[in-house]
Write a new protein. Structure first.
Lengths: 247, 243, 312
């Protein structure tokens, strides 16, 4: 692999989105390299989830283009993007409520990009995934009976089962204990080492800051700061809009 | 103001709270810290009338209220704000807030002013249907709606979840102002470090029992609590410190 | 247990040699069973259609018109006529693409009216509300020395309808247990989640609708050839829309044979027991059945049958 010039996994150019007369995103542009972890921070309502929705194909932008793995994917549907290797979790976990934990994960194996594992392999790999997110002992439980934190973990497990190259993680720490948050940080670093690219957003800076290689700060639909976490956190606009105090 | 004696709660036959005892004085800020599943939410739900205890007494201003339906509890001034974003998505923000004042209709404009002084961001979104707000903004609406019920005792469950660090700080600072207006606060959650700093009374909840009590700052110094709540090290994970 | 039931369905006529009433009732029960299965195929995507009688009627009219004007054998007109139903189903896929839940139910109900009104008023083609009589009965099949007059021999008719129902049940089973079936279930439980793991939601839903509308059309076509006549009020009937729903819910939607169970129990009960009791209001019993089912056994009666343990 050429380590001199890592490939670009995701590129956004001038993405804009308005709802009624309100502009939610204004000309957002950035690139994400393979195996990079990019964190997005910003006050509530800054447009973070909308940005995720646009990248992920659930919402159409008014203007701008998106390139994923070199292909223009601006208007692609989320199922096409999933089959190309983009996976995502949600602030409110989107699990299959009546299916068991194991069945939820198996669905990820069944329907990801074409060359999936055989049913037998899938069973084993699903078991490993569940061990990794510490849900193995609840494999037969119906997904709707899990706590919020467990549902987040299930969702990320299922997302990994679709063998993605890019994983978007939206506010996964909500409801998780500090110990689980620490485990998530460790897992994200491990996934990156195995070749995954990550785009995460979370208010829990204990998760976002240590894990991210780069940080993007959003406020009112615009990027107000970008760079390495240590610097972005000290940026005066970021402090004023998001942190409230100096670090 | 509030006395809880030997409270026991079971959920579908499984005991969840076993012999919980604590008291609250008027105008205090008190906190319940504990890991997920420890029973903090169950205590709040029992106080709010959403769960019927198997045994024990809950005395509010001298009156026994255990087993009363939720609306009776709200009428007496105890308002519970649950975790998560429980808004009415089709109603506008202001309608959501007004609904919060369902049982206490006098003085709504004053309360709206109070709410907007704590959450000025909501003022610009007042006419929008609550469903189009972002997750964190919906959380603000939920908290604000709790305030609209003119509570004497406000029970907050994991109030800071999903809020930006700046908002967390602002909301926490507002607790002192809220206290001036006569509200007593009881806050439960995993991420309550800021609250522990200012809480006069705090309890650690583990496996359905209170295992540690004292003032907030005292609890913050306790090693056992630190092990449970912030295993990453000495510094509590707050928004404005890089761990 | 399923095998025992299936065997029973095949074998019971041996014990009732000369019982044309039973053959007729059980035959129609099979037809309704097929109808219920067909409806449920679309319901697997989470959609509750109240307008399936439209496909029934269109299949019926498609076949009847081919028969009346071109005198083709029912062996041809039935499968071809049903295509008319499927075509209408395809149009739903286009126009109702974004509708979900209650809105889809209402739209489907409204969509039932369109073909009915057309059939009623296009006198020159369909003879309007007078309908058509004298439709060919089901043909006589010859296999060497063996002759089976499906039109006249009620027992043979029963076996034909049973065979069609078994075929429909197998299709339904596929819709529940195959990879495609899991895609439908995923859509039903959480459409957003289904989309983000790569399921082609719209396409799968359209496939289910096409299959469902075609099978329903087949039922309609069979129906009118057995009766020998057709008129709009008969085939574009709300009763026909509602019965598969009642039967599927009563029978149980967790098993592939649930709708069959519902039809096999409710239809004969209705014909042999309720109708003599309450000749005027017997259809209302179905309303009662639905209410009781939802209140007391929402999983349907199939839930009472012990399921063979399979490791998921």
């Amino acid at each position: 692999m050429d380590t001199e010039a890592p490939k670009i996994c995701l590129e956004l150019r001038q993405i804009s989105k308005s709802y009624r007369e309100q502009q939610v995103l204004k000309e957002i542009s950035f690139t994400l390299k393979e195996r990079e972890i990019l964190g997005i921070i910003g006050p509530n309502g800054a447009g973070k989830t909308t940005l995720f929705n646009i990248i992920n194909g659930l919402v159409r932008p008014n203007r701008g283009t998106i390139f994923f793995q070199g292909q223009e994917t601006t208007h692609w549907s989320s199922s096409s993007l999933s089959r190309m290797g983009m996976a995502r979790t949600f602030q409110v976990p989107q699990i299959f409520p009546e299916m068991s934990v194991m069945e939820n994960v198996l669905m990820g194996f069944r329907f990801g990009p074409e060359e999936g594992p055989t049913p037998a392999e899938a069973g084993d790999q699903a078991g490993e995934l569940l061990e990794m997110v510490e849900l193995a002992d609840k494999a037969a439980t119906a997904a709707r009976e899990l706590s919020l934190a467990e549902q987040h973990l299930l969702e990320v497990g299922r997302a990994l089962a679709t063998r993605p190259s890019l994983l978007l993680i939206d506010e996964i720490a909500a409801g998780c204990s500090p110990r689980t948050v620490q485990r998530l940080a460790e897992l994200m670093a491990a996934w990156r080492n195995r070749g995954l690219t990550l785009l995460i957003t979370d208010h829990l800076l204990n998760l976002t800051l240590p894990v991210s290689d780069r940080l993007l700060a959003l406020d009112q639909g615009e990027i107000i700061a970008a760079g390495i976490p240590r610097e972005v956190i000290r940026h005066p606009e970021v402090v004023a809009a998001y942190l409230g105090t100096r670090p | 103001m509030l006395a809880v004696q030997h409270l026991r709660v079971s959920y579908q036959g499984r005991p969840v709270l076993a012999d919980v005892n604590f008291t609250l004085r008027r105008h205090q800020i008190s906190a319940f810290a504990g890991a997920a599943g420890a029973g903090k939410t169950t205590i709040l739900k029992a106080l709010a009338g959403l769960l019927r205890p198997v045994a024990g007494k809950i005395l509010f201003e001298g009156e026994a209220i255990e087993g009363l339906p939720a609306w009776e509890v709200v009428k007496r001034g105890i308002v519970y704000v649950p975790e998560g974003m429980r808004i009415f998505p089709q109603m506008t923000v202001v309608e959501n807030l007004e609904v919060g004042a369902y049982l206490k209709r006098e003085g709504i404009p004053a309360r709206l002013d109070l709410v907007f002084s704590i959450f000025p961001e909501l003022q610009e979104k007042v006419r929008l249907p609550a469903g189009v707000l972002s997750g964190g903004q919906q959380r603000m609406v939920t908290l604000a709606r709790g305030l609209m019920a003119a509570p004497r005792l406000l029970l907050l469950d994991e109030p800071f979840m999903g809020l930006s660090p700046k908002l967390v700080k602002r909301f926490c600072d507002s607790f002192r102002d809220l206290r001036q207006t006569g509200i007593t606060l009881l806050i439960a959650g995993q991420y309550v470090f800021r609250v522990l700093n200012v809480a006069e009374v705090a309890h650690l909840v583990e496996h359905g029992q209170i295992t540690l009590s004292g003032s907030g700052p005292e609890l913050l110094r306790d090693r056992h609590l630190k092990e449970i709540l912030f295993p990453t090290g000495d510094r509590p994970p707050t928004g404005d410190k890089i761990g | 247990m399923v095998a025992a039931g299936a065997l029973g369905l095949v074998v019971w006529p041996l014990f009732f040699r000369e019982a044309p009433l039973y053959y007729q009732v059980m035959g129609m029960a099979c037809l309704y069973g097929t109808l219920a299965l067909a409806w449920n195929v679309f319901a697997l995507t989470g959609a509750v259609s109240l307008g399936h009688a439209a496909f029934f009627g269109l299949g019926a009219y498609g076949s009847a018109l081919l028969d009346h004007y071109w005198h083709w054998s029912p062996l041809l007109t039935i499968p071809l006529g049903a295509l008319l139903g499927a075509a209408y189903g395809a149009s739903w896929g286009l126009f109702f693409k974004r509708l979900r839940g209650v809105y889809l139910g209402l739209a489907s109900l409204a969509a039932l009216e369109i073909p009915k009104v057309i059939a009623d008023n296009w006198d020159s083609l369909t003879y309007g509300s007078l309908g058509m009589v004298g439709l060919s009965s089901l043909p006589t099949l010859e296999l060497g020395q063996w002759q089976v007059t499906l039109g006249a021999d009620l027992r043979a008719q029963y076996y034909l309808l049973l065979a069609v129902m078994v075929l429909a049940a197998l299709i339904h089973k596929c819709g529940m247990e195959s990879r495609w079936g899991w895609a439908l279930r995923a859509m039903r439980e959480n459409e957003t989640a289904a989309a983000i793991i790569g399921i082609k939601v719209n396409r799968s839903r359209a496939q289910a609708l096409l299959l469902s509308s075609y099978l329903t059309g087949i039922c309609g076509a069979l129906y009118v050839h057995i009766l020998g006549l057709i008129e709009p009020a008969l085939v574009f009937n709300l009763h026909i829309s509602a019965l598969p729903l009642v039967m599927s819910i009563f029978g149980g939607r967790g098993r592939f044979y649930g709708p069959v169970l519902g039809a096999m129990v409710l239809y004969p009960l209705d014909q042999l027991v309720f109708q003599p009791w309450l000749p005027l209001g017997h259809a209302a019993i179905f309303g009662l059945v639905i209410v009781l089912t939802i209140l007391f056994f929402p999983q349907g009666i199939a839930a009472w049958i012990p399921k063979p343990r399979k490791y998921a």
